[in-house]
Design a protein. Structure first.
Length: 384
């Protein structure tokens, strides 16, 4: 009695032999498809091509009875089928085939989770990292002020309306807020306006946080990420970076502000750079100014980059508005009712804020802000 897996073979005509192997293959494939672990494949191998009781032994016995003139043909079909069974049951050979190759011959396997390691392969070399160009520029700016005795202060990106606006003399609903298209957090309406949370639109709230925490003298720089609901274009990104500065002490004057920023611009862009201060407006400084530097591309002669003006606008600054000191004093008096550290009759200060992307773009002649955030290695590698 032959095992039941072996189909009936009535005669040795070409069509019968072909039908015999087709049916055999179907039976085998059905079993092979469920052999999805190494153990099951081994059991399949023993069953079909095991030395003693393997089904192929029976089949070869059966085919030996073929008449001489068909034997060659029958033998070839047997060999093809045997090779196929060999391959499917050979775990190592299966490992070498791609899943796609196996799928093509109808086999779905669970690959072993751990692959062996070829210790003769060369090790992979990891490229050394570099600071991102924005971080590099931000560090450069911060270092210029560290050298002047400033220290670094940081603040949260999710900020309250009080620190981001109210304490900086932007009253609720005041149109000055329109200049800073704000992303607000959802479901804040139940809170008093000053406690509502938003994404900080500038690093200036850290001025307030620092003054509430610490009496003068203060000299700080505040590098950090800020957010605005701006559409992205060549020079705008809804997320960008600023470095804020604050200096509060006795007898701080506008001349100190001018001297400090003139030095900083020369340190960043080269000693031949000139600065000029243009009247401007910010709610938290009075007077306020925009600082321009002589165009570093044409040395002030006028070119496309400076729109033929010879000057490039770089940052905002001004003398700290007494209204800011008043907000700080109000907050400090909740802790100490006698606090008078920020009495504008005794102290004065200046502040400034600059955009890191803008400065990096000018430093490196980059015309698209998006390059900084694209993660494109062709761009980033240039700063290695
Ligand atoms: N916070 C301003 C902005 O984001 C920049 C700025 C201007 C900061 C003047 C200052 C300053 O500290 O004094 O547009």
């Amino acid at each position: 009695m032959l095992p039941t897996e072996i189909p009936q073979l009535n005669d040795y005509s070409a069509s019968s032999v072909e039908a015999f192997f087709t049916q055999l293959k179907t039976t085998f494939d059905t079993e092979a498809q469920s052999a999805n672990t190494a153990e099951k494949v081994e059991a399949l191998r023993v069953k079909w091509i095991g030395r003693k009781q393997g089904l192929l032994n029976h089949i070869s016995g059966l085919l030996k009875k073929a008449p001489a003139e068909t034997r060659r043909d029958v033998g070839m079909q047997f060999n093809t089928f045997k090779k196929y069974v060999d391959l499917v049951c050979d775990i190592d050979a299966r490992k070498k085939l791609w899943d796609a190759d196996l799928a093509e011959i109808g086999i779905v396997i669970e690959r072993p989770k751990v692959r062996s390691i070829d210790i003769t392969l060369p090790g992979s070399v990891r490229a050394p990292g570099i600071p991102h160009p924005l971080l590099k520029t931000m560090n450069e700016i911060v270092a210029v002020f560290h050298n002047l005795g400033y220290s670094t202060a940081l603040g949260p990106q999710v900020e309250s309306d009080f620190y981001n606006f109210e304490a900086l003399n932007f009253p609720p609903n005041h149109p000055a807020r329109d200049t800073q298209d704000t992303l607000v957090l959802a479901d804040q309406q139940a809170k008093p306006s000053r406690d509502r949370l938003l994404m900080r639109t500038h690093t200036s709230p850290v001025q307030v946080r620092s003054m509430i925490a610490q009496a003068p003298p203060i000299r700080i720089v505040v590098p950090g990420k800020v957010h605005r609901n701006d559409a992205a274009d060549a020079t705008h990104s809804p997320v960008f970076h600023q470095v804020e500065g604050l200096c509060v002490d006795t007898d701080i004057t506008f001349s100190d502000l001018k001297g400090t920023l003139d030095h900083a611009m020369k340190a960043l862009f080269g000693s031949s750079v000139k600065t000029r201060f243009f009247p401007s407006f910010f709610p938290f400084t009075e007077p306020s100014a925009d600082v321009q530097i002589s165009c570093i591309f044409c040395a002030g002669k006028g070119c496309r980059k400076c729109k033929q003006s010879g000057w490039i606008e770089l940052l905002g600054c001004g003398m700290v508005d007494p209204a800011v000191f008043a907000s700080v004093t109000e907050a400090r008096r909740k802790l100490d009712p006698a606090d008078d550290a920020y009495n504008p009759a005794k102290i004065t200060g200046f502040a400034f804020g600059m955009g890191v992307e803008r400065i990096a773009m000018i430093q490196h002649g980059i015309s698209e802000i998006g390059h900084f955030f694209s993660g494109d290695m062709r761009f980033l590698e240039q700063f290695a």
